[in-house]
Design a protein around this ligand. Structure first.
Ligand code: 5AD
Length: 354
């Protein structure tokens, strides 16, 4: 798919044509990754963050959220719960918590592996390369790091670097390549509708998914958080010509196009999409190219504190409820909950070639 084709789909408004886009993404999804929908148990292990990303509710500069870090025991217990509920993967996600050492995380990974043998996905932000190596050696399998936007100027404007940060803003794309070389399955993605993001930018983002040959692609709409510098900026008023405008189709266009450019990737229907449309969002994502759901298994007492954007969809009070709803929705669509780790076919193919 060419850049021009991607861009044309992003601005397409004709409902019949869009129906064709949804159908071709769905049928490609069926042919490449099948009808199984993989469940990844998401655990938000800490909302402590040293960064000040202009859009994010848990940025260091926001004094409002009460800060927490789950204990090692709580993390391992939640992984055991994921295992009990039938999950093949646990995702440990946090703010960029610089006060937790690489070794502490490595020990938790080892315990989770020993006690559950689940696939472990990490989403802990930018760290030193040695840390990523330590975690991979401890048994971590996958790393998620969204590059958020491929427009370097916009990236820098919304991601002030940390004073002692090892990685400077703008280098996440290089970092993803490093993570792949270490041996991780790599996942990335962007937000759609960031103030200052143009249609060309978003089309380039999607073309970059293919260039990076991602194993996993997670995307969602930008949702303004009132306690952040971008909270009061309506995208329509960014003053940028060709500004990406968020409408009800946009998140699904991004999912469908991600599927078309990376046919064998694992693509979640994300929480941000479910937040934008709590009734249909998740199901529409799964019908338009996605094959993964990431139910939130974070213990109820911490959930509200992990408010990266407002009204984040919880879809159930307890981890068990959240899980049951996800399974019900998958079955409603005539699909089946995936068994096992759900490693990306792209990764498996490359692994057997080596
Ligand atoms: N709106 C939408 N997505 C957000 N994220 C962070 N803040 C927001 C927001 N205000 C996304 C980022 C990050 C992921 C974990 O959540 O893309 O990578």
């Amino acid at each position: 798919m060419t850049f021009d084709e991607i861009r044309a789909w992003l601005v397409e408004a004709n409902p019949e044509k869009l129906e064709r886009l949804w159908l071709s993404a769905d049928s490609l999804r069926h042919d490449t990754v099948g009808d199984e929908v993989y469940l990844r148990g998401l655990v938000e292990i800490s909302n402590i963050c040293r960064r000040n990303c202009l859009y994010c509710g848990i940025r260091a500069g926001n004094p409002k959220p009460q800060r927490y870090r789950m204990s090692a025991e709580e993390m391992v217990e939640t992984a055991r719960l994921a295992k009990k509920l039938g999950y093949g993967t646990v995702v440990l996600q946090s703010g960029e918590d610089g006060s937790v050492s690489a070794e502490e995380i490595a020990e938790i990974i080892r315990q989770i592996k020993r006690k559950t043998n689940l696939a472990v996905t990490l989403s802990l932000g930018e760290r030193a390369e040695e840390d990523y190596i330590t975690w991979f050696k401890a048994g971590a399998n996958r790393y998620l790091l969204r590059f958020e936007t491929s427009n370097e100027t916009l990236y820098r404007a919304i991601h002030p670097p940390h004073a002692q940060g090892r990685y400077r803003s703008g280098s996440r794309i290089e970092l993803l390549k490093t993570l792949r070389n270490i041996g991780y399955e790599i996942g990335s993605g962007v937000m759609a509708g960031i103030p200052g993001q143009t249609w060309d930018d978003l089309a380039r983002d999607i073309a970059l998914f293919a260039e990076l040959d991602l194993d996993m692609i997670g995307c969602g709409p930008f949702l303004p958080h009132p306690d952040t510098p971008l909270g009061g900026v309506r995208s329509q008023e960014s003053g940028v010509e060709e500004q990406v405008i968020l409408d009800k189709h946009l998140p699904f266009k991004v999912i469908a196009l991600a599927r078309l450019v990376c046919p064998a990737a694992n693509i979640p229907t994300t929480t941000a999409i479910a937040t934008l449309d709590p009734v249909h969002g998740r199901l529409l994502g799964l019908s338009r190219g996605a094959n993964v759901v990431m139910p939130n298994l974070t213990p109820a007492c911490y959930r509200k504190m992990y408010e990266i954007y407002p009204h984040k969809a919880a879809s159930g009070e307890t981890p068990e409820e959240t899980h049951e709803l996800a399974v019900r929705q998958i079955l409603e669509l005539g699909r089946t909950p995936g068994q096992g780790a759900g490693t990306s076919p792209r990764f498996l193919k490359n692994a057997t070639q080596i």
